[in-house]
Design a protein around this ligand. Structure first.
Ligand code: AFP
Length: 331
């Protein structure tokens, strides 16, 4: 079933359907650029940095431009917050029903090794951007109307939730249409696989140290079974693996850079991924509290992210509550 047919079937919100079709179109255009590899200069770095101080790739900027153009053309979006711009881009359609937060090209450092990258989108209701300005983007994740990521791998995928389940579409490159290939994603509650950047281990809080140490002890330790580990350094790919074969994705609070609570951005990484995971039966916390309940305080805020298989996330939550020395994620 084509994406557009699916949308007509499951959603009566015509504006939202139009918006999702434009996100899909942006994905098709970005996928076409990425497929050209070095022929499109995808590995070229810019001299500029984004608001996070990270060096931008040429393709970060091109992806941002393509996505902004599609969202503007949809006429149902009032403004876009992007990882690539300090402040939201506001459109002439200031009273349009939706706002979008996005990371137009997540994991872009993987382009240099021809690795998998993605685009992440969070759709929020427009609660009055014309009067509130960028404050209008500071809504908790539980208010999202939709969330999606595009994954540019061997196949191009769109993984989407409109708040009633998580669905997977695969791009047919011949017809440039997304076809439904998995109607309902369900994350297994149990797992023996975790994803974490273990090079930060010495900076983790005791709760995290305990959890990973117990996993590593495997069958000889308190967990009584062996665990496997994966880390792609591309959130879209790591989360997609969890949606597909289970597991947990962990980017915890660490003391490496004390001024920031975590590495990942709340509004365009943690929130949309948390909605997709929760709609697939998984859970998502920052250590102690659900990510989707966090009231954002700034557009590019970072948070710790622990998400995936329910039983493991519940265990991690318990460890963090027991660990009284652990600083609150919002400290
Ligand atoms: P880049 O977009 O700079 O490649 O960062 C990717 C990312 O935001 C996310 O996709 C990864 O999960 C995470 O950073 C990887 O972080 P580490 O490099 O610290 O492992």
């Amino acid at each position: 079933m084509q994406l557009e047919v699916f949308l007509e079937k499951v959603s009566v919100n015509h504006g939202l359907n139009v918006l999702v079709s434009h996100l899909a179109q942006a994905g098709i255009e970005i996928a076409a650029l990425i497929r050209q590899g070095a022929l499109q200069g995808v590995t070229e770095k810019m001299t500029s940095t984004n608001v996070q101080g990270e060096t931008q790739m040429k393709l970060d900027i091109r992806s941002h431009e393509l996505a902004v153009a599609q969202l503007r053309a949809s006429a149902v979006v009032a403004g876009v917050l992007s990882e690539e711009e300090d402040h939201p881009v506001l459109f002439e359609t200031l009273d349009a029903p939706f706002l979008v937060s996005m990371d137009p090209l997540d994991g872009s450092s993987n382009l240099a090794i021809n690795g998998v990258v993605g685009s992440i989108f969070s759709v929020l209701p427009n609660i009055g951007v014309s009067t509130l300005g960028e404050q209008a983007f500071l809504q908790p994740g539980q208010d999202q109307r939709a969330a999606a990521y595009l994954m540019y791998g061997p196949a191009t995928l769109m993984v989407l939730t409109l708040g009633q389940g998580t669905h997977v579409f695969t791009l047919d490159h011949d017809s440039n249409t997304f076809m439904l290939t998995q109607q309902t994603v369900q994350i297994a509650e149990e797992t023996s696989e975790f994803a974490i950047n273990a090079s930060n281990q010495r900076y983790w809080a005791p709760a995290m140290q305990r959890y990973i140490s117990e996993c590593l002890q495997g069958a000889d330790g308190p967990r009584g079974r062996d665990f496997n580990m994966r880390w792609c350094a591309s959130m879209v790919m790591d989360v997609h693996r969890i949606l597909t074969r289970g597991g947990v994705f962990l980017y915890p609070h660490d003391r490496k850079q004390p001024v920031r609570a975590g590495r990942l951005r709340l509004l365009y990484e943690a929130n949309p991924m948390s909605l997709l995971v929760s709609q697939a039966g998984g859970e998502s916390i920052d250590g102690k509290q659900p990510i989707l309940a966090i009231q954002p305080d700034s557009c590019h805020q970072r948070v710790p992210v622990l998400l995936g298989a329910k039983q493991e996330i519940q265990r991690l939550r318990e460890y963090h509550w027991q660990d009284s020395d652990h600083p609150q994620a919002t400290d």
